[in-house]
Design a protein around this ligand. Sequence first.
Ligand code: FAD
Ligand code: NAD
Length: 462
Amino acid sequence: QSATFDNGSRRKTIVVLGSGWGSVSLLKSLDTTQYNVLVVSPRNYFLFTPLLPSTPVGTVELKSIIEPVRSIARRAAGEVKYYEAEALTVDVAKKSVHIKSVSEENDYETDLAYDYLVVGVGAQPTTFGIPGVAQYSSFLKEIPDAQDIRLKIMNSIEKAALLAKDDPERARLLSFVVVGGGPTGAEFAAELRDYVNQDLSKWMPAISKEIKISLVEATPHILSMFDKSLIEYSQQLFTKGNIDLKLKTAVKEVDATTIYAENRDTHAIEKIPYGVLVWATGNAPRAVAKDLMQSLGPEKQNSRRGLVINDRMELAGAEGSIYAIGDCAFFPGLFPTAQVAHQEGHYLATVFDKLHRIDQLKFANESATDASRVQSNNAKIDKIAKKIDKFNYHHYGSLAYIGNEQAIADVTFNGYSHKSAGALTFLFWKSAYLGMCVSLRNKVLVALDWAKVWFIGRDSSV
Ligand code: FAD
Ligand code: NAD
């Protein structure tokens, strides 16, 4: 794509950081013929996170829920350049991003100049600085995390099988603990329980009976974003399914074999031996976002939750040139979900479309000799600028898998709110997520994975 349009005007550059929900939604809606579009992300694929909790136990295969960035770029009308690199810092004054390639053999750093920068770098798992968490636990955020959890589960089971039944080390190895009763932790605990009950029980019946799954949550409830009745339903299902729900229990420290958790009522410290620990207590800003906040100063960037934006996704302190979307951004009332990131990405594409039209009219004015022409163009510019509406989020509801072929749904259609739980809701959950997969390839692969589990079960190898 050339640097100028046929009329001689300069094609502006949009640098997009990230290849997640926000950035990919922007790329899919953006008219990429209007701009030079450069995408920078250390991850050369989009990850369909809602099905990530299904992957460590093999309900869904990892390859089924990723879509290469290059395949998304190829479908764009204009050229989209992809850099497999990480953004390290942003120079707001110079309008450039410093990036570093992720390939270890070919270490390469450079600066990319931008007219508009879209920060969609997501967030990283938070540990709240709790000692031992970063060292000993697994997160569930990215593909390598899911692979790590699977390996640890299989290794723990195989090691335990070598020990005598009454060896306390065997019980420790078979204690699988999930910390954080938000949707990530709850859905993963449910998947793990399914795997043990439905598949491992066939291969290793004795061991499967000894496995203990615990879900540790600091507040009195799991899945607190859902309606009370759905929380109650889920908690009962978990308890019936032998998931040890440790509510009002906040983890304070972790070492190589034991979790130290405080009961919020009694303040007593409970020691929980573990073989595998999965940590899912929410999000923290990434280094590049923190650096950007710092360079814009605490008067503009005053939230610990993320990059402060306005209702047009503009970064406070860099309005008109930097935008932030998805989990890295903070705006009151908008939560770090795929649904929000997706809508923000789509909204931003509509903003860029209007900005391009304004640029074209401004360019026409530069060479216009006729004053009435300039006046008419200015009127058009004003009209378009007024049409850059505020972002308006539509919440369609929340869904979560709670195990044993059951799901919960708290959804809204045309302002009508509907809550349901059970096996039929699970079918709705499946069809909703299948519909949301970004490509036909993903849809087919996920459907085949589900069919495979139904007919022949999950496998028990690494
Ligand atoms: P992400 O999707 O995380 O993408 C961030 C991108 O930035 C990635 O490509 C990453 O590689 C890239 N990146 C990171 N650092 C840099 C850097 N320095 N420079 C350039 N690029 C960088 N939400 C729902 O609404 N429904 C669900 O069912 C749901 N299920 C979930 C299940 C799990 C297990 C998890 C972890 C989250 C789930 N979420 C769900 C939340 C949802 O995934 C996030 O809200 C969503 O991914 C946010 O999109 P994003 O684009 O901001 O970030
Ligand atoms: P979360 O912030 O939703 O939940 C984290 C949980 O960990 C909280 O309940 C918190 O009380 C608990 N916690 C924090 N510190 C603790 C400690 N020391 N000991 C014990 N418990 C502790 O985090 P998440 O589940 O990772 O979700 C992150 C985001 O992704 C959320 O916005 C969520 O809505 C979204 N998400 C949505 C879905 C879905 O819609 N099905 C699935 C996964 C994630």
